[in-house]
Ligand binder design. Structure first.
Ligand code: SAH
Ligand code: TMP
Ligand code: ZN
Length: 405
């Protein structure tokens, strides 16, 4: 039995996806032999309610100099983080010579706005290739895994921070207590932590089980985070749902008692109670929904294959690795995946080894059906792909349910 990474109680496993490769581990044919696999399964802590992976590969296997995810590939996300930067600049960078720190700063998608405006800033980003991309945009970046020790070094070198940011990174770090201790150490007494991650409530409501993959050690709710921050003398002072990554939550956190608490916090607490996020039965239902989703998707793909339709994947997302390997989607069912990210093109998808091809291959030879792995970017993609529909192409989605659009 595994212990909870937050409160040390025994966790209750509720779903297993079997043998799974690294989600962002796009690879070449000569690397198939040495491909790394682990057991992907998630559990629920009945004590603190944190949902978490049972086993997570070591960080160096996921975050390194060939990290495949460049934040700035999506114009939608670029706009999203520009909005965040603007909000933070207007509300929290008011002291004399303020300082902002961001972890998981990736290719500088957010911090570049602070750099451009001349603010003191620092990105902490362990994946060397994306860290270098950020530096090229004038974003000061150290290539390290953030924890309490790194926080102490930053404090010594730069002094305390007004704002601490983290998007889609807090939930990646299994040593979360050390991260929160480091954040508290680094923040000024009135300073705030603003972070966002995929929201557990959305995963449950949409059966978006593809959010469960190696990088995501945790699936946060307000309730589980309240427990975590309580242990560090901190509290959530605001929450704001975000319509990105299939449903995220932005949390603002401060030292206990240092700030007023927005009404949104109590409202979300009530919503979570109604959703049953504290109830083990909710997770058993989630497992049943996941199994049903898998069966429906495989039935559909099998039927299309039989009738001779061509199916291609759209977007070689990290999330798709869970779906492809759990459902058993082979290159016979999905002939290739079109993707705009240069370092993924010409490689193969982790585990099932579906070829990843440049976007032009999709454009120039439209399949009959496109399986939308990047379902969270649906609006941006529909807008771009009118020609595919005009040519008689159809979209297949599996969130919130398996259907042909
Ligand atoms: N914030 C960006 C990137 C998210 S991907 C966005 O929302 O688009 C997660 C990023 O966190 C990766 O770039 C990864 O290298 C980084 N990361 C992983 N562990 C980290 C740690 N301990 N400290 C800082 N960054 C980390
Ligand atoms: P994400 O869902 O983790 O943000 O990954 C998005 C992936 O999808 C990334 O590899 C880029 C790819 N993509 C496309 O190929 N075309 C698109 O229009 C969009 C929005 C994403
Ligand atoms: Zn716990």
């Amino acid at each position: 039995m595994k212990k909870c990474l937050i409160c040390d109680s025994l966790i209750e496993p509720f779903v297993s996806f079997g043998r799974m490769p690294i989600a962002n581990g796009f690879l070449q044919a000569d690397q198939f032999q040495e491909e790394y696999f682990f057991e992907l399964a998630a559990g629920f802590c009945p004590e603190c309610t944190m949902v978490q992976l049972i086993e997570q590969p070591e960080p160096q296997k996921m975050f390194h100099e060939n990290y495949a995810f460049y934040s700035s590939t999506s114009t939608r996300m670029a706009a999203h983080f520009q909005e965040l930067a603007g909000r933070v600049k207007d509300s929290y960078m008011k002291s004399k010579d303020p300082f902002v720190v961001e972890i998981g700063s990736n290719d500088g998608i957010t911090l570049r706005h602070f750099a451009a405006a001349g603010f003191r800033h620092l990105g902490v980003e362990p994946s060397a290739n994306v860290a270098e991309a950020a530096r090229k945009k004038g974003v000061q970046t150290v290539c390290q895994f953030f924890d309490e020790n790194v926080a102490r070094e930053i404090l010594g070198a730069h002094g305390p921070a007004d704002v601490f940011l983290g998007a889609n990174v807090m939930c990646h770090i299994s040593t979360l207590h050390s991260v929160v201790a480091g954040i508290k150490l680094l923040l000024k007494p009135e300073g705030v932590l603003i972070f966002e991650d995929p929201y557990l409530g959305d995963i449950i409501q949409k059966t978006s089980y593809d959010q469960i993959y190696d990088e995501h050690a945790f699936y946060f709710s307000l309730r589980s985070l309240t427990f975590l921050f309580e242990r560090h003398g901190m509290e959530v002072i605001d929450v704001m749902p975000q319509d990105v990554h299939g449903g995220s939550m932005r949390y603002t956190v401060g030292r206990k008692g240092a700030h007023d608490i927005a009404g949104s916090v109590e409202l979300l607490r009530e919503r979570e109670n109604a959703l049953g996020l504290h109830d083990p039965a909710t997770y058993h239902r989630l497992r049943e929904n996941i199994e049903r989703s898998r069966d429906e998707l495989m039935n559909l793909l099998g039927k299309l294959k039989k009738q001779g339709s061509r199916v291609a994947g759209y977007g070689a997302t990290s999330k798709s690795t869970t779906v492809i390997n759990y459902c058993g989607i082979t290159p016979e069912l999905v002939e290739f995946i079109g993707d705009t990210t240069p370092i993924k093109q010409g490689k193969f998808s982790p585990g099932m080894h579906i070829p990843v091809r440049p976007y032009a291959d999709f454009e120039n030879n439209h399949p009959n059906f496109a399986l939308l792995f990047a379902w969270n970017h649906v609006a941006e993609i529909m807008e771009k792909e009118r020609q595919f529909l005009a040519n008689g192409g159809r979209w297949i989605v599996y969130v919130p349910r398996v259907e042909i659009l």
